[in-house]
Design a protein around this ligand. Structure first.
Ligand code: SAM
Length: 207
């Protein structure tokens, strides 16, 4: 279980919301585009995006795909809604929801994407249980996140930031193998993305 809780997340993302696109837009954009490309969505399919944030990914989805984006933070969602309206994205539905308690029926979506959110939710295993439940059998779950570095400057930065997890709103120490094992899902692939390949893109299969 991480050191962050919903109060910390809501307060951190209230602060971030106004500058989020500037801080994390271009920096994390290659990963977002890669996920949507690899989702390989076909016309008529549905996808759930967990932790949609300010909706930076939304314009990249094909228009013929039904996209549902959920997020805990009303401040982040308000920005996503403004983007959706400005860009006329009629295929997108946004809802305020906790990733650990999804209000969707079992097997509601063909695929699920979770970008830069797994280390932010207090209980990532609970999030993955919910994601698995709402993804159809045989569907894919794509998780994009940073994970703990085994050594080097990355590890030093993570250790230094760790005591501030509550304030920064995410846990900089996030072990990939522990996350995958806790999800109980088979890992189909792992690939490095973004600057220096510091972030990893995981594909998990819903049995
Ligand atoms: C680092 S941002 C990522 C936003 C977006 N996916 C992107 O690509 O930039 C993490 C997002 O996860 C959301 N979040 C955190 N905990 C959550 C939870 N329990 N349920 C749903 N969303 C959550 C935050 O509000 C925030 O918008």
């Amino acid at each position: 279980m991480s050191q962050i809780d919903h109060v910390a997340v809501l307060s951190a993302y209230r602060r971030y919301s106004g500058i989020y696109d500037l801080l994390f837009g271009p920096l994390l954009e290659p990963g977002r585009r890669r996920v949507i490309e690899l989702l390989g969505l076909q016309p008529g399919q549905s996808v759930l995006e967990i932790g949609v944030g300010t909706g930076l990914s939304l314009p990249h989805y094909p228009q013929e795909v039904a996209v549902t984006g959920i997020d805990l933070s009303p401040d982040m969602l308000a920005r996503a809604a403004r983007k959706q309206a400005r860009l006329g994205l009629d295929n997108v539905q946004l809802q305020r929801m906790d990733a650990q308690h999804l209000a969707f029926a079992d097997e509601s979506f063909d695929k699920v994407a979770a970008m830069y959110v797994a280390s932010v939710v207090p209980d990532p295993a609970a999030m993955m249980r919910e994601v698995m439940r709402v993804c159809r059998r045989g569907g894919e779950i794509w998780v994009l996140n940073h994970f703990s570095s085994p050594a080097g400057p990355g590890r030093w930065i993570e250790q230094t930031l760790a005591p501030f997890a509550h304030a920064i709103g995410f846990d900089p120490r996030f072990d990939m193998q522990t996350f995958v094992d806790a999800s109980g899902l088979p890992l189909a692939s792992v690939q490095p993305v973004n600057l220096f390949g510091y972030w990893k893109l995981l594909c998990l299969k819903r049995p």
